[in-house]
Design a protein around this ligand. Structure first.
Ligand code: PBG
Length: 333
């Protein structure tokens, strides 16, 4: 077996899997009411942007060859309905209008579609008098948010709330409002994971009364259920489906990739990024080598698209060395 491993050129030649900048989506945070970008301690290198710094960042990413970003908003005021998610002057809608006017179609603008960043109780939906998320009341809010995001210039909306029927509700609303071209990236198999911790710092979300999302996100002991979630979403009109988190769910990515004929995305989430950074900072692992190994693993599992906080880092390194194959790991050390 060692004959084809003898040198880097041979290894490059026979590599099955390559990660390209084109495959990556940069998650970006924009916060209302700040004058300076604000670092997020648990996500090294990631900040809460002002509209201005967001524009600069997206311009840089375009120059680096990145093809897509996904926006998350941090509003000044939160309320029970999460009205900032559908207010035309909500922070993500303002940012979308700005970016679309500046950059047009030169980068894909995606918007995370959920209300957890905008609700004072931190849930991904409207809660009833018992504190339980009301599925169908929430769908009405998601429909409004989708129209607000599409009107503001989103090319893709990405519902992440795990309500039943959310894709049908959003597709219907978009079509009816005159946005048949706006695509849906469905967070289809989104697990109730402990790996979202740093993200909740990034968007200043804590769930009321020590609550959790186990009543709507998938239990991580289930595998086959992911196939049902994906099938329902495709049936309801999802253009792309997503599995989230990524590294601990490679089996699910592979299963889904084998069964569907739409692009499969995987979200390498905040906790995955933070762990690699933290161990790298301690000198316990080689951060860049592990980051590359993880991205390749996610592709190898079957993902077409990867949402990752490593996007800018990866794109910058790809400028230096255009080949980003698995066998070039040593060049990134
Ligand atoms: C919900 C949402 C979450 C993430 C993306 N969209 C948080 C959650 O479900 O609690 C997590 C992303 C990450 O951890 O990087 N709007």
């Amino acid at each position: 077996m060692r004959r084809l491993r003898r040198n880097a050129a041979l290894r490059d030649l026979v590599a099955d899997v390559h990660v390209r900048v084109d495959d990556l989506v940069a998650p970006l945070f924009v916060r209302e009411g700040i004058n300076e970008p604000k670092p997020i301690e648990s996500l090294p290198g990631v900040v809460q942007h002002t509209c201005q710094s967001l524009r600069t960042e997206v311009g840089d990413l375009i120059n680096l060859g990145v093809k897509a970003v996904i926006l998350f908003g941090v509003p000044k005021h939160k309320d029970a309905q999460g009205s900032g998610a559908y207010d035309p002057d909500g922070i993500v809608q303002v940012a979308l209008r700005d970016l679309r006017a500046e950059f047009g179609d030169s980068i894909v603008l995606m918007a995370d579609l959920c209300v957890d960043e905008y609700t004072d109780h931190g849930h991904c939906g409207i809660v009833d008098e018992h504190g339980v998320v009301d599925n169908d009341e929430t769908l009405k809010i998601y429909a409004k948010a989708a129209i607000a995001q599409a009107s503001a210039g989103a090319h893709v909306v990405a519902p992440s709330g795990m309500m039943d029927g959310q894709i049908a509700a959003i597709r219907g609303a978009l079509d009816q409002a005159g946005f048949p071209d706006v695509a849906i990236l469905a967070y289809s198999a989104k697990y109730a994971s402990a790996l979202y911790g740093p993200f909740r710092d990034a968007v200043d979300v804590s769930i009321a009364d020590g609550g959790d999302r186990k009543g709507y996100q998938q239990d991580f002991r289930t595998a086959r259920e992911a196939m049902r979630e994906v099938a329902l979403d495709i049936d309801e009109g999802a253009d792309m489906v997503m599995i989230k988190p990524a590294m601990a769910y490679l089996d699910v990515i592979t299963d889904v990739a084998h069964h569907v004929d739409v692009p499969v995305a995987a979200y390498q989430v905040s906790g995955e990024y933070a762990m690699v950074h933290a161990a790298g900072e301690r000198g316990w692992i080689d951060r860049d080598a592990v980051a590359l190994e993880h991205l390749v693993a996610i592709k190898r599992a079957g993902a077409t698209i990867i949402l990752t906080y490593f996007t800018r880092w990866f794109a910058e390194r790809s400028m230096v060395s255009p080949s980003t194959s698995v066998d070039r790991t040593e060049e990134f050390g």
